[in-house]
Design a protein around this ligand. Structure first.
Ligand SMILES: Cc1cc2nc3c(=O)[nH]c(=O)nc-3n(C[C@H](O)[C@H](O)[C@H](O)COP(=O)(O)OP(=O)(O)OC[C@H]3O[C@@H](n4cnc5c(N)ncnc54)[C@H](O)[C@@H]3O)c2cc1C
Length: 396
């Protein structure tokens, strides 16, 4: 059996795990990352400016990656529920917050290999294998992999996704639920330019969001009841193109070259505890919610940045004080955001008057009251609390 001793053991090869491993290794922390190669993921993720700072600081945001991505200069929210009382259109410009772009839309298929390569270049030992089991003691986290390695670390990072086994071993209990919703994800070409505007159409079954990609192309995340989504996903691609064109009211012109769609079931995971027994939770191991307002991965990047800050501040990075510090940094960022997004999403699913009036009133307030508008913009980009150091340390 091969045995490794290290300071940090990161379990998970998604964006949260690879970013955390890269950051730790770059800071000189001896890191092993268990990162099985993921199946092709055709999702794109809107990465906002603070998270881009993290990618820049990691040396990942280079010309090659940028060429595959598109800037998000405007965000447009349209109430397309067809209800009697609808919210006003909301259009935000990045210039309002002194930026050229709120962020960039990045294909995961390009981001993941870039993060993996960077973590390896920073001397993290990235093993393409799964954690099979782990034991947690007073002083160590010890894991066995499915390919027979044993790794003993001072602390662990659970980046193993929604069903996180390491989270369970740390004794952290979470609330889990399913939404009566799934998301159809695809990309397509269009005859009109997107002008770098991301548009979220709020429909009765959930948001229909187009996000600019490089060239005259956009990504689509379209949420609806699972049976409706499944039927759409089974359509011939030409018929799906017509349906997309209808749903965005022709704003992108003629739709063509729709990629074979993928379907994601919508689930929620909520934790009140973000670290315990020498294990930090990051990414979907800590929080899962619907892709509304592009918050999931951006929050995961803040998890990664805060793990780094806490680890560097403590000689024993798995001690109770370090766990407590991480908890106090993550809880006020994650919980209010998760609650707001779940509410927004559920109000679209419910036909009840009260939650819908509240949603409409909220959006109207954001539209009409400059102070609320500014607050919404700021909170959409980053939390009012403390940003991790790597997200504070450089300008655009
Ligand atoms: C349709 C959709 C669109 C989205 N769009 C956006 C967006 O625009 N902006 C945004 O910020 N967020 C977005 N999100 C959310 C974002 O995609 C997630 O937050 C992010 O992908 C989660 O990354 P992760 O690394 O935590 O989890 P995952 O990507 O699930 O990675 C977990 C990894 O752990 C590995 N793993 C599991 N078990 C083990 C084990 N035992 N040993 C080793 N490895 C293990 C898995 O193989 C996997 O690679 C979207 C989500 C969806 C569903």
């Amino acid at each position: 059996m091969t045995e490794f001793k290290c300071k940090a053991l990161v379990v998970g090869g998604g964006p949260a795990g690879l970013a955390t491993a890269g950051l730790l290794a770059q800071a000189g922390v001896d890191t092993v990352c268990l990162a099985p190669i993921a199946a092709d993921d055709q999702r794109t993720v809107a990465i906002m400016e603070p998270s881009l700072r993290l990618l820049r600081s990691l040396g990942v945001w280079d010309d090659a990656l940028q060429a595959a991505c598109a800037p998000l200069e405007q965000l447009h929210i349209i109430d397309d529920t067809g209800d009697l009382i609808t919210a006003p259109d909301l259009r935000f410009h990045a210039e309002e917050v002194g930026l050229k772009a709120f962020g960039w839309n990045v294909p995961l298929a390009v981001l993941l290999p870039a993060l993996r390569a960077r973590a390896i270049a920073m001397a993290a030992r990235v093993l393409e294998t799964n954690m099979a089991s782990a034991t947690l003691s007073e002083a160590h986290v010890t894991a066995l992999t499915t390919s027979g390695e044993q790794i003993e670390a001072e602390f662990g990072v659970a980046a193993d996704g929604r069903l996180s086994a390491l989270r369970g071993l740390a004794g952290i209990k979470v609330d889990e639920w399913s939404y009566d919703q799934s998301a159809l994800v695809t990309r397509f070409q269009h005859s009109r330019t997107h002008e770098y505007v991301s548009t979220e159409w709020h429909k009765r079954g959930g948001p229909f969001t187009t996000v600019p990609m490089a060239g005259n192309a956009s990504a689509l995340v379209w949420m609806d009841k699972p049976v409706v989504t499944a039927a759409r996903a089974a359509l011939p691609l030409e018929a799906l193109a017509r349906e997309i064109q209808l749903q965005n009211h022709g704003t992108l012109g003629l739709i063509s070259d729709v990629a074979k769609p993928a379907v994601f079931a919508m689930r929620g995971v909520k934790s009140d505890v973000f670290a315990a027994r020498r294990v930090y939770l990051v990414g979907e191991a800590a929080h899962v919610f619907p892709p509304v307002g592009a918050q999931g991965l951006n929050m995961s990047m803040r998890d990664a940045g805060h793990v780094l800050d806490v680890v560097l501040a403590h000689d024993d990075s798995g001690c109770a004080a370090a766990m407590q510090e991480y908890q106090s940094l993550r809880l006020p960022d994650v919980l209010p955001r998760q609650t707001a997004i779940s509410f927004m999403n559920r109000s679209l699913l419910l036909n009840d008057l009260a939650p819908n009036l509240l949603r409409v009133a909220g959006l109207a307030a954001v539209s009409a009251v400059p102070m609320i508008r500014k607050l919404a913009l700021r909170e959409g980009l980053s939390p009012s609390g403390k940003l991790p150091f790597v997200m504070r340390s450089q300008q655009v």
